[in-house]
Design a protein around this ligand. Structure first.
Ligand code: CDP
Ligand code: MG
Length: 150
């Protein structure tokens, strides 16, 4: 069993139909360990997107993430990092639309930046990102549980 961080980006949180569809997909595939609305301020972005600092899209990305509330969830399932990223599809929406038309990014993404949702890309990223957005979440207890069950 694994855990991952899913983050629903601002334009999707404002779209009731998209939220219903994504919530249903999440309920079918994962256990939700915690969830909340979060405001990704520039300060939070600086930590969360540290690996992208200096890239040409960094300002565009952090301004968009700060443009309204996001919705963060801690998901759990077997191989959930790969599973959630599979449901998201490719980073670039124009590619997603052609290669995987039913994926979340093809259905609800609007551009390279407004690509609907985020998913952690590794166990380390998941721990780091959950630590940033859910500082109160007891990661130690979960990873002990995860180890016991696997
Ligand atoms: O989100 P993912 O891990 O698939 O992609 P990333 O390469 O880690 O990029 C992080 C985020 O930056 C993406 O989800 C996009 O929102 C944004 N991005 C962008 O605005 N323009 C790009 N050319 C690439 C990424
Ligand atoms: Mg990434």
């Amino acid at each position: 069993m694994e855990i991952t961080l899913a983050l629903i980006k601002p334009h999707v949180l404002r779209n009731t139909y998209a939220m219903q569809q994504i919530r249903a997909l999440i309920a079918q595939n994962f256990t939700v360990l915690d969830q909340k609305e979060v405001h990704i301020t520039k300060e939070l972005s600086a930590k969360f997107y540290a690996e992208h600092r200096g890239k040409f899209f960094y300002h565009r990305l952090t301004s968009f993430m700060n443009s309204g509330p996001c919705y963060a969830l801690i998901l759990q399932s077997e191989a959930c990092i790969k599973k959630w990223r599979g449901l998201l599809g490719p980073t670039k929406v124009f590619r997603a639309v052609y290669s995987d038309p039913d994926c979340i990014r093809a259905l609800y993404g609007l551009s390279d930046t407004r690509n609907a949702c985020h998913g952690s890309d590794s166990e380390e990223s998941a721990m780091r990102e959950i630590g940033i957005l859910f500082p109160e979440f007891k990661l130690d207890a979960v990873s002990r549980e995860v180890k016991k069950k696997t």
